[in-house]
Design a protein around this ligand. Structure first.
Ligand code: GLU
Length: 478
């Protein structure tokens, strides 16, 4: 299998799905997965794209057996370094009468294009001597494939079955451009053959190219691979293709938002495939054991961000606290909540509070907002609107907090269990329900109304800071 991205931008979510499926089928069949960079279209080349693509694939854990950085027997794996090879193959087709030099100037081609017809075969029958002469004069030329003038071509897609194309609908497409670079069609066929690709699995948008590719395989006398085209990804509303205006489309953005690679993989897996038992949560090892291209849909699939968010929560909850802490740390550092490098004792503290927030965390990027009050020495004094309950008054809240402060000052063992006993006892003593007492304490020590369990939170924040924050809140209400 191969994943063959063009470095025209950051790895797209659709590209990541293709890479995942390629990788899975290679694992399932105990084959090899290789990465090939298709960078022959110089006009669309984006220098940092290749690095981003490789980094994103590594982040997903889709490691390749052969590729630009690791090498391999069929290298190089970057098409711009194989230009000579494509030229030789194109010239070979010319020598065998299956392709020809075309000297038509750009203006003529432009005119043909505008008239709505493809190339008219103007240079198709140029005598060999004329060609040689032109080439010696240094005239600019491309090499075009000579499409048989009549007949039909049958192509097969693994999922869609056979499709018959009328050869008259195809024009003599370019194989080698005048700058010596190959077109996609030539490069992809030469490489898939030389790299011994048995199954080409790629996006649906390449399906119309298959007839040309099959013709090339025939012209070279090579066996074509099996073609599997993946369904189009649609926008969440199911209308139109997924694009930038529907939110993040590059993998990098998902990573920066705090999605886990496990969740992204699982999500991508279900965009066009489902396991025999219809399970929704699968690790990639589990998926690789049962992955079968027969189960890929051909109908377009809508992208659902809710599903991804849900999966992310599922995977976050499965992580061991140390692991989740390590993944959350860069987000806390970026937000300035923790220093970089992070001293071991502060990391240990993070590990300790992780279980408190793990249940409600959906994205790693929410970590700072959900935990900052644990790390801060002081928090901003919460405003009265937040501290004072709807049925209460500032004076009453101040009294409750003062009573709590007094009770808490006497607590030696500042553990969740002990704190619960003391505060429930206090509520009973005051003859009120626990809620109206607990809420102002919660707000006073965290600045928030929704937090993890109050007593665990108090234990983690520790006695000195809890007392100091309650005092500050009381003063704030004066
Ligand atoms: N280079 C093409 C792309 O970027 C891949 C085409 C193929 O997989 O054959 O989408």
């Amino acid at each position: 299998m191969r994943f063959a991205p063009s470095p025209t931008g950051y790895l797209h979510i659709g590209g990541a799905r293709t890479a995942l499926y390629d990788w899975l089928l290679a694992k399932k069949e105990k084959g090899l997965f290789l990465l090939r960079i298709e960078d022959t279209d110089r006009s669309r080349y984006v220098p940092e794209a290749m690095e981003d693509i490789m980094e994103s694939l590594r982040w997903l854990g889709l490691h390749w057996d052969e590729g630009p950085d690791v090498g391999g027997p069929a290298g190089p794996y970057q098409q711009s370094e194989r230009v000579e090879l494509y030229r030789r193959h194109a010239e070979d087709l010319v020598a065998r009468g299956k392709a020809y030099y075309c000297f038509c100037p750009p203006e003529r081609l432009e005119e043909l294009r505008r008239s709505g017809y493809g190339y008219d075969g103007h240079c198709r029958e140029l005598p060999a001597e004329v060609c040689r002469e032109y080439l010696e004069e240094g005239k600019k030329a491309v090499i075009r494939f000579k499409i048989p003038q009549e007949g039909k071509i049958t192509v097969r897609d693994y999922l869609r079955g056979e499709m018959v194309f009328d050869l008259q609908t195809l024009d003599d497409f370019v194989l080698l451009k005048s700058d010596g670079f190959p077109t996609y069609h030539l490069a992809v066929v030469v490489d898939d053959h030389l790299m011994e690709i048995s199954h080409v699995m790629r996006g649906d948008e390449w399906l119309p190219s298959v007839p040309r590719h099959i013709l090339l395989y025939e012209a070279f006398g090579w066996e074509p691979p099996v073609f599997i085209h993946l369904p189009v990804l649609l926008a969440p509303d199911g209308k139109g293709k997924l694009s930038k205006r529907h939110g993040a489309t590059s993998l990098r953005e998902y990573r920066e938002k705090g999605y886990l690679p496990e969740a992204v993989n699982n999500f991508l897996l279900l965009l066009g495939w489902h396991p025999p038992d219809d399970r929704e949560v699968l690790t990639m090892e589990e998926a690789a054991a049962v992955f079968s291209p027969e189960r890929i849909n051909t109908s377009p699939v809508a992208f659902s961000l809710e599903k991804l968010d849900w999966l992310n929560g599922v995977y976050i909850r499965q992580l061991a606290p140390e692991d989740l802490a390590a993944r959350a740390l860069p987000f806390l550092q970026k937000d300035g909540v923790l220093p970089d490098p992070c001293p071991p004792e502060r990391f240990a503290y993070l590990v300790r509070i992780i279980p408190l927030v793990q249940e409600r965390l959906k994205l790693l990027s929410e970590i700072s907002q959900q935990t900052a009050y644990f790390f801060q020495e002081e928090i901003p004094v919460p405003p009265p609107e937040l501290l004072v309950g709807k049925k209460s008054s500032a004076g009453e809240t101040r009294e409750l907090l003062a009573a709590a402060l007094k009770a808490l000052e006497g607590v030696e063992d500042f553990s969740a269990a002990a704190l619960e006993e003391v505060l429930r006892g206090l509520a009973a003593e005051l003859g009120i329900k626990p809620g109206p007492l607990f809420m102002p304490i919660r707000v006073a020590i965290t600045g928030r109304t929704a937090t993890p369990g109050l007593f665990e939170t108090m234990e983690a924040i520790g006695k000195p800071r809890v007392l100091q924050r309650i005092r500050a809140a009381i003063e704030g209400l004066a």
